[in-house]
Every structure is written in structure tokens, then in C-alpha cells.
Ligand binder design. Structure first.
Ligand code: PNS
Length: 158
């Protein structure tokens, strides 16, 4: 069964990769869907987020990355996927994901499966990593080498 792992991935982190690789063990195929949340200000543009995600999952053979244009549920239909997989770190994630999953199911009948975040990267977020990196912290333990270099380049350019 094909599953979709959606998110903003601004940028993709080891926490995302943990969820994606675990989803890739449960489902036969995983499509990582890079989307746009209109309430967020992004560090990386759409194309950059897709490229960094593609590089990060290159070693996972049943995983690919595609951009979402429009609604996530339409993306799932177009890609013939009946399940959305998302990671949950703590209670506030669950509240947000519950709301999104109910809306998506009402819109389309597509189910959402929530995976508990792994211990090692359990509570990291892209926004927190962006914030500490802006202030000089080394985030290389939490992202791939390519993402780390891209974040440093972006900070130098801003
Ligand atoms: O990083 P996020 O906020 O969890 O990512 C959310 C994303 C991009 C997956 C979501 O905003 C999305 O699905 N966008 C596409 C438009 C859409 O379907 N919105 C309704 C979701 S209930």
C-alpha cells in the first residue's frame, strides 16, 4: 500500500527522516509530499525544500519526493494513495493532526496514520533548528550534511 508523508520540510530534519524511514518499512511505497502552509513564513523556497528532501531520502529505495500543488487530498488521489502518515511529538501535535486528519477524511475519505516520534529526535522542529542556527548554534547533529550547508549558506545570504 502506498502512503503519503506530507509536510513543509523547511528544511527536512532527522526527525522527519525517522518518520519517513519507519513509514517505508510499514508501507510498500512512500511519497514524501512537500507542501505549502499559507500561515508559515519559509526560509527555503518551494523548489529548495523539494531538492533538499530529495537529497535526504536518496538512500531509501521505496521513497520519492513530489511537490503538492493544491490540496493534499487531491495529491493523494492523483498518486493513488489512501493513507497519509504523520509524526506526532507531543500533545499539541496531536491536536493539530487530529483536526487536519478529520478535515482530510471528510473531504476525501483518506485515512491518516499517526506515528509517535522516535526518542532520539523526538521533539526537534525545523522552526527551532532555524532559530538556533540563526543565532550561531551547530545543528549538524539534527540534519543531513547537505541541509546543514544549505542552512549556513541561507543564513550568510540573509
Ligand atoms: O509542516 P506542516 O504545517 O505540517 O505541513 C502542512 C502541509 C503542507 C502538509 C499542509 O499545509 C498541506 O497539506 N497543505 C496543502 C493544502 C491543504 O491540503 N491544506 C489543508 C490541510 S487540512
Amino acid at each position: 500500500m502506498r502512503a503519503v508523508c506530507p509536510g513543509s520540510f523547511d528544511p527536512i530534519t532527522r526527525g522527519h527522516l525517522d518518520i519517513i524511514s519507519r513509514a517505508a518499512e510499514v508501507f510498500s511505497e512512500v511519497v514524501v509530499a512537500v507542501g505549502h502552509n499559507t500561515t508559515k513564513n519559509y526560509l527555503f523556497d518551494f523548489g529548495e525544500r523539494v531538492e533538499l528532501a530529495r537529497d535526504a531520502i536518496a538512500n531509501l529505495e521505496n521513497v520519492r519526493v513530489e511537490p503538492i500543488r493544491g490540496l493534499l487530498v487531491d495529491f493523494c488521489r492523483q498518486h493513488d494513495a489512501r493513507v497519509i502518515v504523520k509524526g506526532v511529538r507531543f500533545g499539541s501535535d496531536f491536536d493539530y493532526e487530529l483536526q487536519m486528519s478529520q478535515l482530510n477524511r471528510q473531504l476525501s475519505g483518506i485515512e491518516t496514520v499517526l506515528l509517535p516520534a522516535g526518542r532520539e529526535y523526538g521533539t526537534i522542529s525545523s522552526s527551532m533548528l532555524r532559530e538556533v542556527a540563526h543565532n550561531g548554534a551547530d545543528i549538524s547533529a539534527f540534519v543531513t550534511a547537505k541541509v546543514n550547508a544549505a542552512v549556513l549558506a541561507k543564513i550568510a545570504e540573509n
